[in-house]
Design a protein around this ligand. Structure first.
Ligand code: C5P
Length: 289
């Protein structure tokens, strides 16, 4: 029996610009996305009876049919009239409701894996189009790497690599809901930064390995950070604490995970030990080229 494994990598946002509300209620955004080596694992095998079964470890609450992996499988099965089913086992390592794109990456892994398992022969471009039906960040997760995302996030094009960075991800004990963060964003006065375009120009001009630690503060930006900090002041405190230790810190996605870039591995590891000791969920990760 064929058994396949797909890795679903977490993403961080090097920049997020929210440019306005769209007629469909979503927000027009520009983002620079980056994969890191904190990954969920999806194991897939075929079922002759046509059923799709999903086991999630550790188990997640709620209706399994709402899980993005299940929705990805149903989408492919229905769209391409597949009469084979699948047993899917998802081992979760990426924290949920964290701003790290875990659910989106799982869905993308399901599309890639089932495309192989069911021998559908779909191109990555077609998988990206299907992915857009599942969520704004899912198309990016089909290929990952360093990319520019626009529209509601679903229009993706590759960027020159951000290079190899090691960073510390710190996830507070609570989660944040993306719609709630965007809702709060709309209640505030905004000023466009276009940080993603600046980042794109920088990467295009400087190439892999051309980003110095000292210029990170001028490049990294997240329009949702101030909003999430207003909703949960602990996020702002965490960012300030990291900056006081000499790190460059930024919230990822709609939060609450904060990422810290350090100028030395000793400082990064000692910060990791301290925050673990203080009860935070911490991950030392590397960017994926
Ligand atoms: O596309 P996805 O289902 O991941 O989006 C979840 C929610 O996040 C949306 O229902 C919307 O409230 C908000 N969102 C948004 N603008 C975006 C992406 C997400 O307002 N570009």
């Amino acid at each position: 029996m064929t058994l396949l494994k797909e890795l679903a990598c977490a993403k961080i946002n090097l920049s997020i610009d929210v440019l306005g509300i769209r007629p469909d209620g979503y927000h027009e955004v520009e983002m620079v996305m980056q994969s890191v080596d904190l990954c969920d694992e999806l194991h897939l095998s075929a079922r002759e009876d046509g059923e799709i079964r999903l086991i999630c470890e550790p188990s997640v609450t709620g209706n399994p049919e709402d899980n993005l992996v299940m929705r990805a499988a149903r989408l492919l099965q229905n769209r391409y009239a597949v009469n084979v089913g699948a047993d899917l086992r998802l081992s979760k390592k990426i924290p949920v409701q964290a701003g790290l794109g875990g659910g989106s990456s799982d869905a993308a892994a399901a599309l890639r894996g089932l495309n192989l398992l069911w021998d559908l022969g779909l191109t990555l471009d077609v998988l990206e189009e299907l992915a857009a039906e599942l969520g704004s960040d899912v198309p990016y997760c089909i290929r990952g790497g360093t990319a520019f995302a626009s529209g509601r996030g679903e229009k993706v094009r590759p960027l020159p690599s951000f290079g190899c960075w090691e960073l510390l991800l710190i996830k507070p004990a609570f989660g944040l809901s993306t719609p709630e963060v965007y809702g709060e964003f709309d209640r505030r006065e905004q000023r466009a930064h276009f940080a993603s375009r600046t980042m794109e120009d920088h990467l295009t001009l400087n190439g892999v390995g051309g980003t110095a630690f000292s210029i990170l503060p001028t490049l990294l930006h997240n329009d949702l950070q101030a909003v999430s900090c207003a909703l949960r002041p602990e996020v702002g405190q965490l960012i300030l604490d990291l900056e006081n230790r000499g790190a460059v810190a930024l919230m990822s996605g709609s939060g609450p995970t904060v990422m810290g870039f350090f100028s030395s591995s000793e400082e990064r590891e000692s910060a990791c030990a301290d925050y673990l000791g203080a009860g935070y969920q911490c991950h030392l990760v590397q960017t994926i080229l």
